[in-house]
Design a protein around this ligand. Structure first.
Ligand code: BG6
Length: 480
């Protein structure tokens, strides 16, 4: 469904995220005519580019980062006609009036801040004081949204001085991923799962976001964040919320977000003994031998590039069913999934046969998006009643080939901003609740001064992470 015409002002238009994600995503939505040539994209940054320089920059970005096989030159030429560029300095008066004169009165205005969070308050304030933002305008913010609870509250306060919460779109790109939304469809559009979706039937849940890349090129940012701030407080928290939340009464943005906030508020603080932190080290003899510390900028850095933890959701539905989360860099494979382990059948009638185990529902986020249900069946052939495991497998690309290329998360999220749909964006109270949970955990290890445990590149994380599971007589799923 096409969206209404808009003027989208992109702050940080020559930055890395704009080049890799935002601009190619806009291009692909234009390509399939989701928005019309009446829309405009106005790049701004401190760079002294002109319109044609920006057009050339964007064309190059699309060729490099657009979807393979879908970056025809004719389409690129048509798309760059929608672009304009105004040099603006967020920190002084440069360019603001020029920017205002580029905007039209009768279309939706979107201000997309693909800049560091320290610039959010300044830009919001100038958009308001120069009368560039209207009460219908939307403002989009990239992560990180704060560094802790205090900084997130300060950012929220500074934004709300000028914008209503209904105008604010805080991006967590995990919410734009196809399978993440499918998790809601799976739970709330099927009658099979929901009656079993509780601690009576579910033994535990494992949420894994494994990455094979390291921190090269962004060591300075990463060393101030670590895996907890970079991935857990936001992306893994969203996955946990969608898995654990109560069914909202309707699929509206506030109904969904109300339920997510309740999950975060029900989380118990994770004790230091229930977490494992790791830092990848050089692998001797390997072709890729750099370690985390080669990029951190601090040879004694205690920042974690891996974290695993056991999380308890203290409410009626989940008491007694732990959620195990883990994420890390330089692991064996890029693999993200949510695995729901159902309890073993209460009684084994197949005396002498081993292999009567609980079902496992795996929701694969990337790669090979899909859903697998591990079942137990009779081992075919002679030999009596022997049992074995078999998968009911659905890979979206195979099951729904007519759906074509999956949308990138940014394509979906930007179109949702234009439509005014906030369901897949984090509300201010949600971000603050997530920091309120994360802060004491981070403080705990800062105070103890414990260093993260080294782990080898290309593996599945540090020893402590395995022990965290063994202690509970459970095992992580294999990565890769
Ligand atoms: C970003 C983190 O938010 O998400 C990165 O800052 C991480 O460190 C990235 O690599 C992972 O996103 P995706 O979509 O590749 O899983």
């Amino acid at each position: 469904i096409p969206v209404d015409p808009f003027d989208l002002v992109l702050f940080g238009a020559t930055g890395d995220l704009a080049r890799r994600k935002i601009l190619p995503s806009l291009f692909h939505r234009f390509q399939i005519a989701q928005f019309s040539p009446q829309s405009r994209i106005i790049g701004t940054s401190r760079s002294k580019l002109d319109k044609s320089g920006f057009q050339a920059f964007v064309a190059e970005a699309i060729r490099e980062f657009g979807q393979e096989g879908e970056t025809g030159e004719e389409d690129i030429a048509a798309f760059v006609q929608l672009l304009d560029y105004v040099p603006v300095d967020a920190k002084d008066d440069t360019g603001w009036l020029a920017l205002k004169s580029h905007l039209r009165a009768d279309v939706i205005r979107v201000f997309y801040l693909s800049v560091g969070p320290s610039l959010f308050p300044e830009i919001a304030s100038r958009l308001s004081s120069c009368n560039i933002a209207t009460p219908e305008s939307r403002i989009v913010l990239e992560k990180p949204f704060g560094h802790d609870l205090g900084s997130a509250q300060a950012l929220n306060g500074a934004l709300r001085d000028h914008f209503d919460e209904s105008q604010i779109y805080r991006i967590d790109h995990y919410l734009g991923k196809e399978t993440v939304q499918n998790l809601m469809a799976l739970r709330f559009a099927n009658s099979l799962f929901e009656p079993l979706w509780n601690s009576t039937h579910i033994d535990h849940v494992q949420i894994t976001v494994a990455e094979s890349i390291g921190v090269a090129g962004r060591g300075e940012y990463y060393d101030r964040s670590g895996a907890m701030r970079d991935m857990v407080q936001n992306h893994l928290m969203q996955l946990l919320c969608l898995t654990a939340m109560e069914p909202p009464s309707r699929f509206t943005s506030n109904a969904v977000r109300d339920e997510k906030v309740k999950v975060i508020e029900a989380l118990e603080t994770v004790a230091q003994g229930d977490l494992a932190r790791g830092q990848y080290r050089a692998t001797p003899g390997s072709a890729v031998a750099d370690s985390y510390l080669d990029h951190a900028g601090d040879p004694n850095s205690r920042t974690e590039s891996f974290i695993a933890m056991k999380v308890q959701v203290a409410n009626w539905r989940w008491a007694g069913t732990p959620f195990y989360l883990r994420t890390g860099k330089c692991l064996r494979a890029r693999e993200s999934e949510i695995a729901v382990y159902f309890r073993d059948p209460p009684h084994n009638i197949f005396e002498g046969a081993d292999g009567v185990h609980g079902n496992v529902l795996v929701i694969r986020l990337q790669p090979d998006e899909g859903i697998t249900l591990r079942t137990t069946i009779k081992d075919p052939g002679p030999g009596g009643m022997r049992l074995t495991g078999a998968n009911l497998d659905m890979t979206f690309a195979d099951s729904l080939p007519e759906a074509g290329r999956p949308q990138d998360a940014y394509e979906r999220l930007i179109m949702d901003v234009i439509r005014g749909n906030q369901t897949l964006f984090m509300r201010g109270d949600e971000v603050e609740a997530a920091w309120a949970w994360a802060d004491p955990i981070i403080d705990g290890w800062s105070q103890s001064g414990d260093a993260p445990q080294p782990y080898d590149r290309g593996g599945s994380g540090p020893e402590d992470s395995l022990l965290l599971m063994h202690r509970d007589n459970r095992r992580w799923r294999t990565i890769g």
